[in-house]
Design a protein around this ligand. Structure first.
Ligand code: NAD
Length: 424
């Protein structure tokens, strides 16, 4: 007998509803562990905080902040912090749930957590952004710590924000605690290779998928939605492997060039503070056209819920690499599967970020830092091993790679749950 969660009404709607549907699809494959499945259908704890700050104009603004611990059965919480005007409790709960699954799927010793502030950082000055970050960090201080819950960057958060979070936590603790966040600058115990790790992992998963389908990467056509931390690094990896990046979409617009967009030139363009939509040598097309462009690889690397029952049928690609978390809705998964599109799910495809975050955390604890070569070698091995295990499970059970990843991950989490037992 399980009581429904009262704090999300109606519970089935939004990203959390998507996560619940994905969990439901795993149940038939869990055997006796299905007895514990309800554990994953409710977060362990949720903290909602008020984040008030002084504005530069003398006023005061309040923002809504969250930190969610979805499941800590296998280790401390791990998951990013998102600053975005549309952040909601449902979204942060789902993102925390996906972190539980991702960490277990690739075998790093963490539970799942996530945080966010409902704020549009583009509307803030640098000083206001720092005050939001520091106040939010102070408000969630009771939940985070190097052995409790370790935040990292996500949408609209970066190395600088991690540095402020680390500094605020350290001041509150009265000691320097570098291991409280990952994705920090190198000067604060950050790791070589972390910045590009998620995009690099997307590429490694893409190469593994392409091998299975017999698709050559050199010369392959690649479409990317989102050109931030993840999309940008993935684009550079594919570009370096002689693939052609033929379409890129971000909030400013959608670029298309069948001959291939000059990725290094575009990166330099953006570094100078210019908008992607103003980049020359590519045609600016309508946003909706993006989904119908024929390609070998399609990489959603922006936000969740982008591939829906409405546009999935128009997608003409061989392999979808989910750089973003939760970009594909369950009904779209079914359509893509029916059309023979291989979806490499977020919990595998974008796991490179948390993998190198794990390396960063280990390096901080041991105060011994590895070379970039060592980090990339270990990252590539974890990604290819995880891909192979999930691919094999998908073949064995005749399910999608997403369901296969969830089977492996939920089994690991629920085994931990079972053997730990319930207290009292
Ligand atoms: P980011 O803030 O660096 O970049 C986000 C990009 O998405 C920007 O280019 C933005 O213009 C674009 N975008 C936002 N809304 C869009 C829309 N409606 N249509 C088209 N483009 C849009 O964020 P990021 O860190 O690259 O994260 C992107 C995704 O990858 C998120 O889903 C995040 O959860 C996931 N992810 C990030 C990491 C990481 O290490 N940063 C790790 C794993 C997963």
């Amino acid at each position: 007998m399980h009581q429904p969660l009262s704090y999300l009404a109606p519970a089935g709607i939004g990203p959390w509803g998507v996560f619940l549907q994905q969990i439901d699809r795993v149940e038939p494959y869990l055997g006796e562990l299905a007895f514990w499945l309800e554990t994953l259908k409710r977060p362990k704890r949720i903290l909602i905080v008020d984040v008030p700050i002084h504005l530069d104009n003398g006023g005061v603004a309040h923002f809504e902040g969250y930190r969610v611990h979805h499941n800590l059965s296998r280790g401390p919480g791990k998951g990013g912090v998102r600053f975005h005007q549309d952040v909601s409790l449902s979204e942060v709960m789902a993102l925390a749930g996906w972190m539980t699954v991702k960490n277990a799927a690739i075998g790093v010793p963490y539970g799942g957590a996530k945080g966010g502030v409902r704020v549009d950082p583009r509307q803030l000055s640098m000083g206001e952004l720092e005050r939001v970050t520091r106040r939010y960090t102070s408000e969630i201080n009771m939940l985070i710590g190097p052995d409790k819950d370790i935040p990292a960057p996500d949408v609209n958060t970066n190395e600088q924000i991690m540095a402020w979070m680390m500094d605020t936590y350290s001041i509150n603790q009265g000691r320097t605690a570098t291991g409280v966040v990952t994705g920090k600058p190198l000067s604060l115990g950050g790791s070589l290779g972390r910045k590009d790790a998620t995009g690099r992992g997307v590429f490694v998963a893409g190469v593994a998928a392409a091998e299975k389908l017999g698709v050559p990467v050199a010369g392959a056509r690649v479409c990317i939605q989102g050109f931030g931390n993840v999309g940008n690094a993935a684009a550079r990896c594919f570009h370096n492997a002689a693939a052609r990046i033929i379409a890129i979409q971000d909030v400013s617009g959608t670029l298309h060039n069948p001959a291939g967009i000059d990725v290094p030139a575009l990166c330099e363009w953006l570094r100078l503070g210019k908008a992607l939509a103003d980049f020359k040598n590519a045609e600016l097309i309508a946003a909706e056209e993006f989904w119908g462009i024929e390609s070998e690889f399609l990489i959603p690397a922006a936000l969740e819920g982008q591939i829906t029952g409405n546009n999935a049928g128009r997608i003409r690609t061989r392999i979808i690499l989910e750089g973003a978390n939760g970009p594909t809705l369950p009904e779209a998964d079914d359509i893509l599967g029916g059309n023979g599109v291989l979806v490499v799910p977020d919990v595998l495809a974008n796991a490179g970020g948390v993998t190198v975050s794990y390396f960063e955390w280990v390096q901080d604890f041991s105060s011994f830092f590895w070379s970039e070569e060592e980090i990339n070698r270990r990252l590539d091995k974890i990604m290819t091993d995880a891909f192979a295990a999930i691919w094999a499970k998908a073949q064995e059970k005749k399910v999608s790679m997403r369901t296969a990843a969830f089977i492996l991950a939920c089994t690991r989490v629920l085994e931990a749950r079972q053997v730990r037992g319930l207290y009292p």
